[in-house]
Design a protein around this ligand. Sequence first.
Ligand SMILES: Nc1ncnc2c1ncn2[C@@H]1O[C@H](COP(=O)(O)OP(=O)(O)O)[C@@H](O)[C@H]1O
Ligand SMILES: [Mg+2]
Length: 278
Amino acid sequence: MTVRHDAPSKTPVLQVQGLSIAETQTGRRLVQDIGFALQRGQSLGIVGESGSGKSLTCKAILGILPENLSVAAGRIEFDGFDVTRFDHEAWRPLRAVRIAAVFQDPGSYLNPSITVGKQLAQVLRDRADVPADDVKEHALALFERVGLRDPARVYAQYPYELSGGMLQRIVIAIAVAAHPILLIADEATTALDVTVQAEVLDLLADLREQYALSLIFVTHDLAVVAQISDHLLVMRDGEIVESGPTQHVLQAPRHVYTKLLIQDHLEYGLDKFVGERE
Ligand SMILES: Nc1ncnc2c1ncn2[C@@H]1O[C@H](COP(=O)(O)OP(=O)(O)O)[C@@H](O)[C@H]1O
Ligand SMILES: [Mg+2]
């Protein structure tokens, strides 16, 4: 009998069931009945136009909903924990350790008055338990791994000295420093020019492979999602209108809204990433 050692474990890294998000005061629902499961090493794309509820869904998963909003229904299970109503203290050992996130504006997540090297070093010490003597070496290796060409030089630089693409690589290095099992990238490449965007997408794909990282990739850009995601959720007005394997959804969309999204994107080169359409 052959035993498969590489068989993925059955328990998903993340399981979201019937998730609804509402204004706490009024009960007005902003996100309604979201459900999906994400296995180790899998990549899920969430697409939909601006305001469709993508970021709120991510924030609920990360436990960082804005103060006036709350989870009104449903359940979020991450890494075996029911995190649906975790408070700040409960989140502490998980956030930025087991689950990490990168957003559109990397600059605003860095301290402007500390060199980026020191900021990564601090995370390696505090969250990844790297001994003080080894921290700098680890930091340089990690900067190299995320594609920064001159790690020693970058280490000593302040955020304002670096380009948007470099800052995003640094934020990604910080995000993966403690070897999370899930990385949420919410419009993480949106502000970057096309070439840099492609490089950062390659980087995320590499990291996913190296660390068996599960990835949630949020974008309004179908062409981006087509390159990076195995599975796709299409959201509109706070609800999932369609979901399935990415190539399947793109080749044979069932919902009229998905068809419209695809139509819009074909002009911008989506066809490069989609196989023969049925
Ligand atoms: N703190 C908030 N209070 C009230 N409404 C909000 C709040 N944050 C977001 N919304 C609304 O919720 C909807 C979904 O927002 P969001 O998840 O940010 O959309 P997306 O990321 O898909 O562009 C939008 O209509 C937005 O205006
Ligand atoms: Mg958003």
